[in-house]
Structure formats: structure tokens, C-alpha cells
Design a protein around this ligand. Structure first.
Ligand SMILES: Cc1ncc(COP(=O)(O)O)c(C=O)c1O
Length: 399
């Protein structure tokens, strides 16, 4: 076989931890806290079965046909109304249906980022976003976070020093991986900086609806008077990730351009899945379902944090998020969580988590780990975290 001459962008497309995580999720022997899996036992399977049947048996000719690349017009309308009702004014021409919000990360980068352009992210940030942005060959600037979200003072310092981002990517609520939420003050500061230094903000709200305590600050998009913010949302964490449905909210011009890129990428989302999601919203209580998820995930979070406090060495700290699916553990400096996973956790405790290093866009820090608390049943959280805590104690006592 002659050698293939790959495009330069393929230098930036490398095997990554997400592929590994999906493998962990598929191994029945392993207790995996690695993937961002919602609790599969809470999927509304009966209602989804019903709406898929209606979509096929009663509306098959339509639901199985091609449709427009912007997405099923009815679902678009329903989503625009829902986004508006939840506090972010959105007309139908401001919304595009996507193959999960992951597609939004890919298309927005394609639309805005040339090789060498700067993308600012929180540090750490969602690995899947870095993977989506990498083929566009950006340079990254990571901004540290504290318990109030991205340190916008630090961002301002960098901007004053000459950093000129094309795009800033943020997950303002229950950030993946840290679980932290950005305060309203920081959001206002960020928007002011975007205006002064003329960059676009990509606001990823994948977890926003999964709030189980505290008040929700307004979305950046709802505070955006200039059309600088592109907001992404998703059905993955509030209904089912297997549907692969998400959306982007932006100016009509940006939605039009993203629609062209979507047409090039995959023509459209599954007509059948869009029809089912639309019927689900029409016939069932999506808000009520989200309430059920919130209560269940709050309980699971409390259980996981309790297990960390009881079984892990005292020096290990974890975040206590008001929502979402993750807590972020910080071990003492010098402790390498990737090595701990490889050499101890997987073999001895049969437990998986995500080592923190891959979440850092620039300087990696090896002493963190992301734990998902939604995907495993209670007894597995208890068993897995007790075993892992004991191993961590042993490892830290005898490094
Ligand atoms: C912050 C964040 N954004 C986007 C996604 C992509 O989700 P999906 O494509 O399923 O909507 C995820 C998935 O875990 C995520 O954590």
C-alpha cells in the first residue's frame, strides 16, 4: 500500500482520553466514574418508546424522509420557545439543531478559527472541546479558575499584555471538569472584555438545567446586546445522549453560516430522532423529568462526596458543585493521577476515573482527577469509592 499523505491538521488529531473513557464505560467488570454518563435507569424509555412509535407508525412518511439542514421546523420552534422561557430570548431564526452540542464545538471552530488563532478556555476545560478545536490548529490560552469561575481579572491582564483571542470558550455552569459556576459579576466582566477586545464567546450550557441548589445567574447570551455570544445547549443530559440532539443559539447571520457548515458536515440530524424529541416535548413533561434528574443527581453527589470524605486521605480535596455531573478531586502536588489510574485503580480496585492532565489546554497539572457521580448506581459508588480511597491512602502513605 502506498503511504497516505495526511493533511497537516491530522497532526492535531491524535488518540485521546475520550476514546479510552468510552471503552471503560463498555467494560462490565469495571466501575467507571470516567464518562459523563447520565443515569441510564432514569431515561424515560416508556415515553420515548411511545413517541418513536407514533413517529414511525403514524408519521412515517415524514419522519423517515430527508428534511432541512437547520432541523425539523417544529422542533426548532419548540426549542426556541423553551430557550426563551428559560430566560434567553430566542426567535426561531436564532436557533439551529445540531448533532449534539459536540457538533456545535466543531462547527463554531470551523467558522471562526484559522491556524494560529488564539482560543481562550478555562483551565482546566472540557477535553471534548479541545478535541473539536484542534483540527483548526489554534493556539490555546488557558485562564485559571477559582470557586467563582474563570478569573476574568487574569484574562484582562493577559488581554492588556497583548493576547488577542479570536474565540473564548466557557462552560459557565457546573463546568466540566471542575463543577464550578461563574458568578453574574464575572459574566458581566467577561462580556465587557469581549466588547473591548472584540472576540466571540462560545457559551456551552450542557449542564445548566441540572441545577440542584442555589440561584442560576443569567446566561451570557441573555446579557449579550451585541450578538457576540454563541450559546450551545443539548438534550444529552436532560433527555438521552443517544438521540444526539443539541442546538446553537446565535444571531440569524451566524445561524445561517453554521447551517451551511452543517449541511456540508452531515446534511441534517436524524429526522426520526428530531420527530421523537418534538413529540416528547409535546406529549410529555420535559421540565418534570428534569426535576426528577435534579433530585436524583443531588442525592448521588452527596453520596460521592460523603465517600470521598470518609475514605480518601484528608489531603485530597473535592469540589461541591450546585449541579451537573462531576466533582474534581485535587491530590497533593507530586501525586500523578494518571499513573495511579494505570498502575493501581484499574487493576486493583477495578475503578476508572479521568486523570486531570488532559483537561489542561496549556501546562498540564497531574494531581487532579474528574469523577462522574451520575452514571453509577449507589452501591457501585459506595463500593468503588471505598476501594479507591483505601488504595489512595496506601499509595500516599507508601509512595
Ligand atoms: C461541557 C460539554 N459540552 C458538550 C458536550 C457534548 O455533549 P453532546 O454532544 O452529547 O451534547 C459534553 C459532553 O459530555 C460536555 O460535557
Amino acid at each position: 500500500m502506498p503511504p497516505l499523505h495526511f493533511a497537516q491538521r491530522m497532526d492535531h488529531v491524535q488518540p485521546n482520553a475520550i476514546g479510552e473513557l468510552l471503552k471503560f464505560g463498555a467494560d462490565p467488570e469495571l466501575i467507571s466514574f470516567a464518562g459523563g454518563y447520565p443515569d441510564g435507569t432514569l431515561f424515560p424509555t416508556r415515553q420515548l418508546n411511545e413517541v418513536f412509535q407514533v413517529a414511525i407508525l403514524e408519521r412515517g412518511a415524514q419522519s423517515l424522509q430527508y428534511t432541512v439542514s437547520d432541523g425539523d421546523p417544529k422542533l426548532r420552534n419548540q426549542l426556541a420557545a423553551r430557550v426563551t422561557r428559560l430566560g434567553t430570548p430566542c426567535a426561531v431564526e436564532n436557533l439551529l439543531i445540531l448533532q449534539g452540542s459536540q457538533q456545535g464545538l466543531d462547527l463554531v471552530a470551523k467558522m471562526l478559527v484559522d491556524p494560529g488563532d488564539i482560543i481562550v478556555t478555562e483551565s482546566p476545560t472540557f477535553l471534548g472541546a479541545l478535541i473539536a478545536f484542534n483540527p483548526c490548529q489554534p493556539r490555546y490560552v488557558g485562564i485559571a479558575m477559582d470557586e467563582h469561575g474563570m478569573k476574568t481579572d487574569e484574562l484582562e491582564r493577559q488581554l492588556k499584555a497583548g493576547v488577542r483571542p479570536k474565540l473564548l470558550y466557557t462552560i459557565p455552569e457546573f463546568q466540566n471538569p471542575s463543577g464550578v459556576t461563574m458568578t453574574a459579576e464575572r459574566r458581566a466582566h467577561l462580556l465587557a472584555l469581549a466588547k473591548t477586545y472584540d472576540f466571540t464567546i462560545l457559551e456551552d450550557t450542557a449542564y445548566r438545567e441540572l441545577r440542584y441548589s442555589g440561584e442560576a445567574p443569567p446566561t451570557l447570551k441573555s446579557m449579550d446586546s451585541e450578538g457576540r455570544v454563541i450559546m450551545l445547549g443539548s438534550f444529552s443530559k436532560i433527555l438521552a445522549p443517544g438521540l444526539r440532539l443539541g442546538w446553537a443559539v446565535a444571531t440569524a447571520e451566524v445561524i445561517g453560516r453554521l447551517g451551511l457548515l452543517k449541511l456540508a458536515a452531515d446534511t441534517q440530524c436524524s429526522t426520526l430522532n428530531m420527530a421523537a424529541a418534538s413529540l416528547f416535548m409535546e406529549r410529555h413533561d420535559l421540565d418534570g423529568h428534569v426535576q426528577v434528574l435534579r433530585a436524583a443527581y443531588l442525592r448521588k453527589k452527596e453520596l460521592m462526596l460523603d465517600m470521598v470524605r470518609r475514605h480518601f486521605p484528608q489531603e485530597v480535596r473535592c469540589t461541591d458543585p450546585d449541579g451537573g455531573l462531576f466533582t474534581w478531586l485535587t491530590f497533593p502536588r507530586g501525586f500523578d493521577t494518571a499513573r495511579f489510574l494505570r498502575e493501581q485503580a484499574l487493576g486493583k480496585a477495578k475503578v476508572a476515573f479521568v486523570p486531570g492532565a488532559g483537561f489542561f489546554p496549556q501546562q498540564e497539572e497531574a494531581n487532579h482527577a474528574r469523577f462522574n457521580f451520575s452514571g453509577q448506581p449507589d452501591e457501585m459508588i459506595i463500593k468503588g469509592m471505598a476501594a479507591l480511597g483505601a488504595l489512595a491512602k496506601e499509595q500516599m502513605a507508601h509512595p
